[in-house]
Design a protein around this ligand. Structure first.
Ligand SMILES: Cc1ncc(COP(=O)(O)O)c(C=O)c1O
Length: 385
């Protein structure tokens, strides 16, 4: 309990908050947010078109190094469309990690595809390249289908068309190895980089390794548009198609309403993009502050004998959400109760996807690391200071 008390005192000193509740992650609006949003209101172009959408997309592309960035209404819709355009069809299977936020699995289901849950690495918290490779060699054969060589699950006979690794809490997974493995099986990689804008693996921005990458600008993320998302890709044809399908697939015309496919109204509004542009201008500053915060936490927890999760090898993490590893589930629950009772928000990691009703019948690989981590992870306050 002494260590828990010291943690609470430390967080209160860090954030200079005596008695008020300290949240896990609060947005920070300290730049041009009001200026751009007011300008957007004055322009009357608050909705589906306007200069801020284009400016925000350009800035995100420039920052991440992706050739194209297509904004969407949230990160979930960015995943949905990326999977569709990666070629996932109803009845297919998509590999992903069981330790993730629900949107990853939901986006797969929206298409009528089934997730298959693979383990994560203890070191990266993201999809394990080793477990992925083992699962594929034990469960998959390559078959000719419609003139294409596709990966087929020997147990179900279904095509495995995509893989969705996720960069948990902003820490990059071993994405280069994952892409190499998937290439051998003709499986498209859609990187769920919802939590990792500002994180780099071997010097390259997360979300730019696969066929598609997706970002989220939800209110709890390192930068926010209130709600929003982005699709990243280097493929010009797919980028154009992504823009088209997320904006109701309307054929451009000055007055006619013709739509040439079943599109979606998934566009980001101009007013949200105005907020996003101001936020991304501050991203480097936010990442710097969060990395300094993580270093302070690491030093403090070393002194208390608690295990702080540091960025994996070969990566520069944005440390979106800081996390600790408790000794077991019982200690985790005591920590959660103590800290929340004292007004410092902490929380466990998401319930594993394969334990949720909707996904409990999905096929899984060995999930021993995910289960071990789910018993021990707690997230602690991580707002930019
Ligand atoms: C891993 C992960 N994937 C997807 C999403 C979905 O993003 P959104 O909430 O913007 O739909 C989030 C966060 O919210 C997330 O953390």
């Amino acid at each position: 309990m002494k260590a828990f008390e010291e943690f609470v005192d430390f967080v209160r000193r860090l954030y200079n908050v005596k008695n008020d509740f300290i949240h896990l992650h609060e947005p920070r609006f300290s730049g041009n947010e009001k200026k751009y949003v007011l300008d957007c209101i004055d322009s009357t172009f608050v909705s589906s078109v306007g200069k801020y959408v284009n400016l925000f997309e350009e800035k995100v592309a420039e920052y991440t190094g992706a050739k194209y960035a297509i904004s969407t209404v949230n990160g979930t819709s960015a995943l949905h469309i990326s999977l569709l355009l990666a070629g996932v069809k109803s009845g297919d299977e998509v590999l992903t990690q069981s330790l993730t936020f629900i949107a990853t699995a939901n986006a797969i289901s929206y298409i009528g595809a089934k997730p298959v849950f693979i383990d994560v690495d203890k070191e990266t918290l993201g999809l394990s390249s080793l477990k992925l490779s083992e699962w594929l060699s034990e469960n998959v054969i390559m078959k000719e289908k419609d003139g294409k060589n596709v990966a087929v699950n020997v147990r179900t006979g279904n095509v495995i068309s995509a893989c969705v690794p996720m960069h948990t809490f902003g820490h990059p997974c071993k994405i280069d190895e994952i892409v190499n493995i998937c290439d051998k099986y003709n499986i498209a990689v859609v990187e769920d980089a919802a939590e990792s804008i500002g994180s780099f693996y071997k010097g390259k921005h997360t979300g730019t390794f696969g066929k598609f990458g997706t970002l989220s600008f939800n209110g709890n993320k390192i930068i926010t548009t209130g709600g929003g998302g982005m699709i990243l890709t280097n493929d010009e044809r797919l980028a154009k198609l992504a823009k088209h399908i997320t904006t109701t697939a309307k054929v451009p015309h000055r007055w006619e309403f013709v739509h040439d496919m079943t599109g979606y109204n998934y566009r980001l509004t101009n007013i949200a993009a105005a907020l996003g542009l101001a936020q991304i201008e501050q991203l480097d500053e936010f990442v710097k502050s969060k990395r300094e915060l993580a270093a302070k936490y690491a030093r403090m927890f070393n002194g208390l004998g608690l295990q702080f999760i540091e960025e994996p090898k070969n990566s520069t993490s944005n440390y979106w959400l800081n996390a600790l590893l408790m000794r077991d589930r019982e200690e985790r629950d005591r920590f959660l109760k103590f800290t929340n009772d004292k007004g410092v928000m902490t929380r466990p990691v998401w319930e594993l996807m394969n334990r949720l009703n909707m996904y409990k019948d999905c096929q899984t690989g060995d999930l021993s690391n995910s289960e071990w981590l789910a018993d021990r992870i707690v997230n602690i306050p991580s707002s930019v200071i």
